[in-house]
Design a protein. Structure first.
Ligand code: NAD
Ligand code: TYD
Length: 363
């Protein structure tokens, strides 16, 4: 059976991707999800998938920095494809504690690449073999730095990372690219813009604003709120990665964007409007007569806050026929509905109860 090793599959995008692969693509093989279960990892995201695909889905708790573990996994499962999501992913956390970002994002990516190289390239190839390997590295548009009022990031834009998070991702991109150029490892890379959708951990702007609003807590907007992000629905991102795996060429990088530039303050206001439609503040006792918009609170800006990101996704559109399909209005409404409809998940994450569930089941 063909095996795809997905790292970081208990996180936001990784869990959406595994669900997408098993439910939507017709992939006949097995998915092995390797995840360390940091604060951001929650196997509950895939509990239904685990039950439904007993023989085709395996979860392994472990660290991508652990060479011994990686060797054992490659020996046991012989994956032909690696899709690498595992990372420390939050810019604010990288400002207050960069160490884990350097460890996981740089050393961990190196360990995975090195293990794939040793299993895929250092053995004597069977000339009759039709196996085609692929290492897909998932990265961010933040490696390109910050834009002025105009222009978009292209694959050829020089790297200019400005936070510890983006610097660690830039470093991992360079190492992945070097493994292709030096050793011929079949690597592809995607650099995408800000994702949103179900299972998003509520430290990032959109889920934080939705859940704070429902509890009548302040909606913190950094600085003047006029920073711009290019929002990409997570389902569209999963489809883009799948397209790259199927049709992308080894050695290539693809930028993936949502064609959806918005200031942070306008995003927060749209969240408030969506909530007023789907869960009116007037009927929410936590709001005590206030509207959701009344909760918007401007707070101290993030250190080194990048002003604007925007993606030119012309290459993946022309070359692989992918473009985003979900409008922000639709994606946001679906996201808000998902958080409203998944009170148990939200409760477990907000109270930290998911951590004790993890301890009981996975330690
Ligand atoms: P996330 O923080 O929700 O999930 C990260 C997952 O990686 C968690 O399950 C965590 O437990 C796991 N992990 C962390 N360290 C690990 C380690 N050492 N070994 C094994 N597992 C480990 O992140 P996300 O938002 O799903 O992002 C996934 C990938 O996409 C990351 O590489 C990120 O840089 C990239 N990305 C994210 C966005 C976004 O908007 N969320 C945008 C662009 C790129
Ligand atoms: P975030 O979701 O943390 O993603 P990233 O830093 O990777 O872009 O933040 C998105 C934008 O929202 C970013 O410009 C920072 C801003 N922001 C706020 O204004 N308030 C918040 O509480 C958070 C978490 C982010």
């Amino acid at each position: 059976m063909k095996t795809m090793l997905v790292t970081g599959g208990a996180g936001f995008i990784g869990s959406n991707f595994i669900r997408y692969v098993l439910e939507k693509t017709g992939f006949p093989g097995r998915v092995v999800n390797l995840d360390k279960l940091t604060y951001a990892g929650n196997p509950e995201n895939l509990e239904d998938i685990r039950r439904k695909y007993k023989s085709r889905y395996a979860f392994v708790k472990g660290d991508i920095c652990d060479f011994r573990l990686l060797n054992g996994l490659f020996k046991k499962y012989s994956p032909e494809t690696v899709v690498h999501f595992a990372a420390e992913s939050h810019v604010d956390r990288s400002i207050f504690g960069p160490k884990d970002f350097i460890e996981t994002n740089i050393h961990g990516t190196f360990a995975l690449l090195e293990t794939a190289r040793s299993f895929w390239l250092s053995r004597i190839p069977d000339p009759r073999s039709s196996i085609s390997y692929r290492f897909h590295h998932v990265s961010t548009d933040e490696v390109y730095g910050s834009l002025g009022k105009t222009g978009k990031f292209k694959e050829t834009t020089p790297y200019d990372p400005r936070s510890p998070y983006s610097a660690s991702k830039a470093s991992s991109d360079h190492i992945a690219r070097a493994y292709h150029h030096t050793y011929g490892l079949p690597v592809t890379i995607s650099n995408c813009s800000n994702n949103y959708g179900p299972y998003h951990f509520p430290e990032k702007l959109i889920p934080l604003a939705i859940l704070n609003a429902l509890e009548g807590k302040p909606l913190p907007v950094y600085g003047d709120g006029l920073q711009v992000r290019d929002w990409l629905y997570v389902g569209d991102h999963c489809a883009a990665i799948w397209r790259i795996l199927r049709k992308g060429r080894a050695g290539e990088t693809y930028n993936v964007g949502g064609n959806c530039e918005k200031t942070n303050i306008s995003v927060v206001k749209e969240i408030c409007r969506a909530l007023e439609r789907l869960a009116p503040s007037a009927a929410n006792p936590a709001l005590k007569g206030r509207s959701y918009e009344d909760l918007i609170t401007f707070v101290k800006d993030r250190a080194g806050h990048d002003r604007r990101y925007a993606i030119d996704f012309g290459k993946i559109k022309r070359g692989l026929g992918w473009s985003p399909s979900v409008t922000f209005a639709r994606g946001l409404a679906e996201t808000v509905r998902w958080y409203l409809g998944n009170a148990a998940w939200v409760g477990n994450v907000k109270t930290g109860a998911y951590r004790s569930w993890l301890k009981k089941n996975y330690d």
